[in-house]
Design a protein around this ligand. Structure first.
Ligand SMILES: [Zn+2]
Length: 505
C-alpha cells in the first residue's frame, strides 16, 4: 500500500435541545479538495481535529486523501432532521464514489442530535462501516463533550477524545489519530471497552486544569503503555438531553480485551466514588454586581472575569442575553468591559452611524426567544472593525483565523460592550484587544463563555479571579432550570440518590 486512500469527513456538531433548530445555512460546509487544502493552510478555518489528522498523515508518509465533506455546525440547536438526512446521503455518496478505500477518518465532535435522532454520529459511523466492510479501519476524534452511544464505539476501530477543557489539544489528538491510522493500515487490531456512568456533570465542573475531571483524565494517561493505546474520558454535553447523556469511558488496547475492561472499570469506579465533586458552585447576579462595584471602588482588589456560563455560544447559547449587562449598567459599575454580544442588526446599525455617533442601542430587537430579552440604553460608538484576526497563543483558537463578523464597540453607560455579527464565545483577550478594548485596564471583564476563555485569559487572570455567574440561559449549569425528557434516570446530580453497578462482562 504505497499511498493508502483515506476518506476524510465529519459532522462537527454539539446539539443543545433547547436552542433554535439548525438549517444548512447555519453550518460551515467544506467539501472536496478545499477540505484538505484548508487543513494545510497557515491559518486554517476547519476544525483542529481535521488539521491535526491531515498534517499527521502528510508528515508520516505518502497517502491519497479522499476528502468528502466536513459539516461544522459548532454548538447550536438540533439539526433539522431532513437536512441531516441529506447530509448523510451526501456522505454516503462521497464514500461510495471514493471506494476502494483503505481507511476512513471522521473529524467528529460526537454530541450531535437532530429533530428526529438522538445519535447522528453513531448513524454516520454505521453507514461508513456498512460501505467499507469490517476490515477497513475507521478512526474518529471526539470532543470530550461527546455523548457516546454504544454504536459509536462498536462501529470504529480507534477513538481519541480531547484531553483538555478548555480544548487546546485538538490538533495533537488529530495527529494521534493519524498515527493510529498508520498502525491500523499496517495490520494492528484493537480491542475496546466502554462504560457510561449515570453521571451528568454540569459543564462548569468538566474543567481539566484542576478538579475531579482533570484528575481522572490525568490518571488515565498514566496508564498508557505498549498495550493500552488510548484512554478517553468524555464528560458529555448536558444540554443534548439524549439517552446517551452520562460520563463515558473508552479504553482502547492493542487487542487485549481483558486489559481494556479492567482499566475501564477501574476508571469508572474511581469517578463514581467522587461524583459529589461534580456539583457546581455559582455566584448570583447580585453578588456579581456587588463584586464589580467593590473592585471599581478599591484599586487594591484584584480584577476579575465574570463568565456568563449560562449563555455560552460554545454550548448552543445565543450569546445575547442581557441579564449581566442590564444589572451592571443599572448599578453604574465602572471599569467593566463585556463581550461578546451577538447582535448583527445592532452591529450593522453602529457601522452605518460611524465612530462617535450617539444613539439608542436596542439589543435583541430581532429575537423572539424568551431568554433573549430586549434591552435599550443610550450608547456611543467607540470603535468599528471587520472582526477578523488570528487567535492568540495559549488560547483554544491559537494560530487560527477568528471571524466575529462586523463588530462594534459601544459605550453603554459605564460599560464597554463588544457587539458581534457571528455568534461565538469569547476565547482569548485578543477578542477585545484586536477591536481596541483593553483587558488589562478593566476591573471587571464579562465573557460569554463557559470555560474555553480560561486558557487564553490565564495570562491575566488566575483561576481564583474567575467568577461563574448564575443567571438564566440556554446553557445554565443549574440543571434544575431544564426539563429533561430523554436522559435515562436516575442520573446524578439531577437525582441525588442515583446508583450504579459496574458491568459484569
Ligand atoms: Zn467541547
Amino acid at each position: 500500500m504505497t499511498a493508502p486512500r483515506i476518506a476524510v469527513l465529519g459532522l462537527h456538531h454539539e446539539g443543545n435541545r433547547w436552542a433554535p433548530v439548525v438549517h444548512r445555512a447555519d453550518m460551515r460546509i467544506t467539501s472536496g479538495a478545499a477540505l484538505v487544502e484548508d487543513a494545510r493552510a497557515p491559518h486554517p478555518r476547519v476544525t483542529g481535529g481535521t488539521v491535526g489528522f491531515v498534517r499527521g498523515m502528510d508528515e508520516s508518509g505518502a497517502w491519497t486523501p479522499m476528502p468528502i465533506v466536513l459539516a461544522d455546525a459548532g454548538a447550536a440547536g438540533p439539526l433539522d432532521h431532513a437536512m441531516y438526512l441529506e447530509l448523510k446521503e451526501e456522505m454516503r455518496r462521497g464514500l461510495e464514489a471514493a471506494m476502494p478505500l483503505d481507511g476512513v477518518y471522521f473529524a467528529e465532535h460526537g454530541a450531535s442530535i437532530s429533530t428526529g435522532s438522538h445519535d447522528p454520529d453513531g448513524e454516520l459511523y454505521a453507514m461508513a462501516r456498512a460501505i467499507v466492510g469490517p476490515s477497513v479501519p475507521i478512526v474518529t476524534i471526539l470532543d470530550l463533550h461527546a455523548m457516546v452511544s454504544d454504536e459509536m464505539v462498536d462501529m470504529v476501530d480507534y477513538v481519541s477524545a480531547y484531553l483538555t477543557n478548555p480544548h487546546v489539544d485538538q490538533v495533537e489528538r488529530g495527529r494521534e489519530c493519524a498515527r493510529a491510522m498508520r498502525d491500523l493500515l499496517a495490520g494492528m487490531k484493537t480491542a475496546k471497552a466502554f462504560i457510561r456512568l449515570p453521571l451528568m456533570a454540569p459543564q462548569v465542573t468538566q474543567l481539566t486544569a484542576s478538579g475531579p475531571y482533570g484528575e481522572i483524565i490525568d490518571y488515565g494517561q498514566t496508564r498508557l503503555d505498549d498495550t493500552v493505546l488510548n484512554v478517553s474520558i468524555l464528560g458529555g454535553f448536558t444540554y443534548g438531553d439524549t439517552p446517551y447523556n452520562g460520563m463515558a469511558f473508552i479504553v482502547t488496547t492493542r487487542g487485549d480485551e481483558a486489559r481494556a475492561r479492567s482499566l475501564c472499570r477501574e476508571l469508572a469506579e474511581r469517578t463514581w466514588a467522587e461524583r459529589h465533586r461534580f456539583v457546581p458552585r455559582l455566584t448570583s447576579a447580585e453578588d456579581c454586581v456587588a463584586g464589580a462595584l467593590a473592585r471599581a471602588a478599591d484599586p487594591s482588589l484584584p480584577a476579575a472575569v465574570i463568565a456568563d456560563v449560562a449563555d455560552n455560544p460554545g454550548g448552543g447559547g445565543r450569546g445575547n442575553t442581557v441579564w449581566l449587562l442590564r444589572a451592571l449598567y443599572e448599578a453604574k459599575a465602572e471599569g467593566v468591559v463585556l463581550g461578546h454580544l451577538f447582535d448583527a442588526p445592532l452591529a450593522a446599525e453602529a457601522h452605518r452611524l460611524g465612530v462617535g455617533a450617539r444613539f439608542d442601542a436596542h439589543f435583541n430587537r430581532a429575537e423572539d426567544d424568551a431568554r433573549s430579552e430586549p434591552f435599550s440604553a443610550p450608547a456611543t460608538v467607540l470603535g468599528l472593525s471587520d472582526g477578523v484576526f488570528v487567535g492568540q497563543e495559549g488560547g483554544s483558537r491559537a494560530g487560527m483565523t477568528v471571524d466575529l463578523g462586523p463588530t462594534a464597540v459601544l459605550q453603554v453607560g459605564t460599560i464597554k460592550v463588544a457587539v458581534i455579527s457571528k455568534r461565538q464565545q469569547t476565547i482569548d483577550p485578543g477578542y477585545f484587544e484586536n477591536i481596541g478594548v483593553s483587558v488589562t485596564d478593566a476591573r471587571t471583564v464579562v465573557v460569554k463563555s463557559r470555560g474555553h476563555f480560561r486558557a487564553g485569559f490565564s495570562k491575566y487572570f488566575r483561576p481564583d479571579q474567575v467568577i461563574e455567574a448564575d443567571v438564566p440561559g440556554l446553557t445554565s449549569p443549574n440543571l434544575g432550570n431544564f426539563e429533561f425528557r430523554n436522559v435515562v434516570r436516575p442520573l446524578f446530580p439531577l437525582d441525588a440518590d442515583a446508583t450504579w453497578t459496574p458491568p459484569a462482562w
